[in-house]
Design a protein around this ligand. Structure first.
Ligand code: SF4
Ligand code: SF4
Length: 402
């Protein structure tokens, strides 16, 4: 049996797992937005299944509804029949792109090629790091921060390890592509927090982009990147492999062997019981915590551990509908900006009335941070607020940008 035939048979089996109960409809952002059955998980599964069985010919509407999906995976969590929607979606999107039924935007095709060569990508993004460091607001997705322009996360890890000489758990850290190239201040904060908590951090050489970018766009390259990361991570003698981005951690987990679990750094710190930050009694900061889809529906974590959020020292609470998608969807806010805007509009509305001075929206995925930052730029949130990664709130050298 050819692999293609085997794959199409197992896809058909998965399609037939769907009992059409409809539990997934209530959690689907595109169904909530449109009320259109075809724009729901059940509807998409039906379209793909009908086409796979030959009862429906290839159709532009199937292509349209496939591309409407944010890829949030909320339907997987809601599904009592454990239909692996995410895997089916990923395969379908890849087939659509490979057969030219759908063409990702040019900027995404270029970025997909660039992130597969991290040296070049980091060099190409140097002006972005420089502009962010200078405080320039050049793009709606670029939240404030002061990344190192030249020093890499690996070099900073060496410096900190030599200075502090921690003796605790040995952890391998995924530095990421966009995180390292544009937002490496979050990587630096992660290193400081891990080392303050006595972790010995190593940055595996030869690691690559996790492949999430290609998964989100349907473009080629995932298998090559997964193989590269297996070479970089699989032979390491470490207590944990950690990631500070829920989407990247989820994608890396799919690449590695099943006995090498990738841990979200906040989940890992929750087990250690992190050092607590002290705040002034009259600190009126209020932190609203949003939970990335790939943390709760991908990595299947309940949320960010309470111990970690308490250790920030701030008054915190979960954002309303914290487990709902913010509309970012990896690159969905570039592919489908109108939908992403509408989802964000509803999700971010509470910030206009939220108590606190300052107000911080904290999450654990840089791509979600970009989306949350854009709510202010787009005028959806008209009062001042800051967007932060939770790890930055634990950082002994926390920076304030407001
Ligand atoms: S992944 Fe999200 S947007 Fe796509 S069908 Fe499932 S719930 Fe809807
Ligand atoms: S919840 Fe699962 S079984 Fe029910 S309609 Fe949705 S995908 Fe099908």
């Amino acid at each position: 049996m050819t692999p293609a035939l085997q794959s199409s048979i197992s896809r058909s089996n998965y399609f037939s797992n769907c009992t059409h109960c409809g539990f997934c409809l209530a959690v689907c952002p595109t169904y909530k937005l449109t009320g259109d059955e075809n724009n729901s998980p059940r509807g998409r599964l039906r379209l793909w299944s009908e086409e796979a069985s030959g009862r429906l010919s290839k159709d532009k509407w199937t292509d349209f509804y496939t591309e409407e999906c944010v890829g949030c995976l909320a339907c997987e969590t809601a599904c009592p029949a454990t239909v692996p929607y995410g895997e089916l979606f990923e395969q379908t999107r890849h087939q659509h792109v490979a057969s030219n039924r759908f063409k990702p935007k040019l900027q995404l095709r270029l970025a997909s090629a660039a992130v597969q060569r991290l040296l070049i990508f980091n060099l190409a993004m140097l002006p972005t790091r420089l502009l962010r460091r200078m405080g320039a607001r050049v793009h709606r997705f670029l939240f404030p921060g002061r990344p190192a322009v030249f020093q890499s996360t690996a070099a900073y890890a060496d410096e900190l390890m030599q200075r502090h000489r921690p003796t605790g758990p040995r952890v391998a850290f995924l530095t990421g592509c966009l995180m390292e190239a544009a937002f490496r201040e979050i990587n630096f904060a992660t290193l400081r927090v891990l080392i303050e908590n006595n972790c010995r951090v190593i940055i595996p050489e030869g690691q690559g982009c996790c492949g999430a970018f290609q998964e989100h766009t349907g473009l080629d390259g995932v298998e090559k990147l997964r193989a590269q990361n297996r070479r970089a991570f699989c032979s390491l003698d470490v207590d944990a492999i950690v990631s500070n981005s829920s989407g990247c951690g989820y994608a890396l987990g799919k690449a590695l062997h099943p006995n090498q679990q990738v841990r979200d750094v906040l989940g890992f710190l929750g087990e250690l019981g992190p050092v607590k930050r002290q705040r002034a009694n009259n600190d009126e900061t209020r932190v609203y915590v949003d939970l990335p889809c790939h943390l709760v529906h991908g990595q299947k974590m309940e949320g960010i551990p309470t111990k970690v959020l308490d250790a920030t020292g701030y008054h915190w609470e979960l954002a309303p509908n914290a487990k709902d998608c913010c509309g970012s969807g990896g690159v969905y806010n570039i592919q489908k900006p109108e939908n992403a805007h509408a989802i964000l509009k509803e999700k971010s509305a509470f910030l206009n009335e939220a108590e606190g001075a300052p107000v911080i929206l904290a999450t654990s995925n840089h791509v979600c941070m970009m989306q949350w930052h854009s709510a202010g730029v787009a005028g959806l949130v008209t009062r001042p607020y800051e967007v932060r990664h939770v790890i930055q709130l634990l950082d002994p050298r926390e920076e304030v940008f407001s």
